[in-house]
Write a protein that binds this ligand. Structure first.
Ligand code: EPU
Length: 337
């Protein structure tokens, strides 16, 4: 157990907000985590568990203990002629894991290339892109209960996955810490290419295989999403709103080119990026916070922004989208104060 008092969180949030935590504690096994959870420092303080901080926004210094996993292992736990089962430590970088799978010829996560963050957070957030969500390949999530320090395994069904949703963001929010995730990957991959013009883009790079799919996704993401090492950001700031069908049809009369995704017979999903762009926000800066000039769904730190500046910009955007389209935007990023 490694305890650092008065620790800087600057390198632990991709927005690049310069805040501190009273204590920063790292562990490298589930057993080590169990001991930490029973220690005085954790029992007597508020705790926050973070991954690489790619989906959170600090509004202030964190009064309490920030916990971080250093469980880096990748273990093959089973295999048959069709599939391979891997248990992956919660602090493994998500994209390193994708690269490892692609190099080995195992399919299932290639469409999720270059998503920032670590394995544990990916399983909480149910990360998704280009027609794939991580829930499609998760078999089991291993976790430790914060209050009792007991180990519990969740099947994928028990995780209650939905669009950027899981039980760990709802009923069990702040109750469990994920230590590892078991994935099932395909030795005979079935490629998912039906997102917008994705198949054409892959074909431009050559044959349809895991390596070219990964290469194409990396090119697409790099062309519109800013590198957090250069420009602080947390990817999509808002979730894409799901609205009643009738509301969508009303909007379609006024805006015939409105992009949309089918959700169900009663609901339709509309891209938040399009709504924000239509309100004229792309590239707009207020203080040190701005809307990215290549993707309106991404808010960026132009240098030295505070959490409050980013939230102020987010609130102005929410207000104008509500006024123009009657739609509430909800942040995908977690606000921490
Ligand atoms: N659009 C605009 N203006 C913009 C950007 C996009 O009008 O500035 C329009 C595009 O023309 C397109 C639509 O909005 O018709 C959707 O844009 P895009 O395909 O770029 O995807 P998105 O809805 O903005 C979602 C995910 C991303 C994921 C991509 C690809 C959410 C909140 N975001 O973005 O996830 O990479 O699809 O699958 O669901 C993330 O969660 O951090 C993230 C980056």
């Amino acid at each position: 157990m490694n305890i650092i008092p008065n620790a800087s969180l600057l390198s632990f949030n991709t927005f690049g907000i310069d805040v501190k935590a009273d204590y920063f504690v790292e562990y490298d096994s589930a057993t080590d985590l169990q001991a930490i959870l029973q220690s005085e420092i954790v029992k007597s303080n508020r705790i926050l568990h973070i991954g690489s901080g790619s989906n959170l926004l600090f509004l202030d210094d964190f009064k309490g203990v920030v916990l971080h996993s250093a469980i880096h292992s990748i273990k093959k736990i089973d295999e048959n002629s069709d599939s391979v089962y891997l248990e992956v430590g919660s602090s493994v970088n998500w994209d390193d894991f994708v690269a490892y799978c692609v190099e080995n010829g195992w399919g299932g996560v290639e469409n999720l290339s270059l998503i920032p963050g670590e394995i544990g957070a990916a399983a909480v957030q149910n990360i998704g892109a280009y027609g794939v969500e991580v829930q499609d390949v998760i078999i089991e999530v291993n976790a430790v209960e914060i209050e009792t320090a007991k180990i519990r395994n969740f099947s994928s069904i028990e995780c209650h996955y939905g669009y950027r949703e899981s039980i760990f963001k709802n009923q069990l929010k702040n109750k469990f810490i994920i230590t590892s995730v078991v994935f099932k990957l395909d030795k005979k991959p079935v490629f998912k290419l039906n997102y917008q013009h994705f198949e054409e883009a892959v074909l431009k790079n050559g044959a349809i295989d895991l390596k070219n799919i990964r290469k194409t996704i990396i090119e697409i993401r790099e062309s519109k999403l800013p590198d957090p090492k250069i420009l602080g950001n947390a990817g999509s700031f808002f979730m894409n709103p799901v609205i009643p069908k009738q509301h969508f049809f009303d909007l379609q009369v006024k805006y015939p080119h409105i992009p949309h995704y089918f959700v169900s017979e009663t609901e339709e999903k509309v891209p938040a990026a399009w709504l924000i762009d239509q309100c004229g926000w792309k590239g707009i800066q207020i203080g040190n916070a701005a809307v990215h000039d290549k993707q309106a769904l991404v808010l960026v730190n132009k240098g030295g922004a505070t959490g409050a500046e980013i939230v102020f910009l987010a609130e102005q955007i929410q207000k104008s989208v509500k006024e123009k389209f009657g739609i509430e935007l909800h942040p995908e990023v977690n606000y921490i104060n």
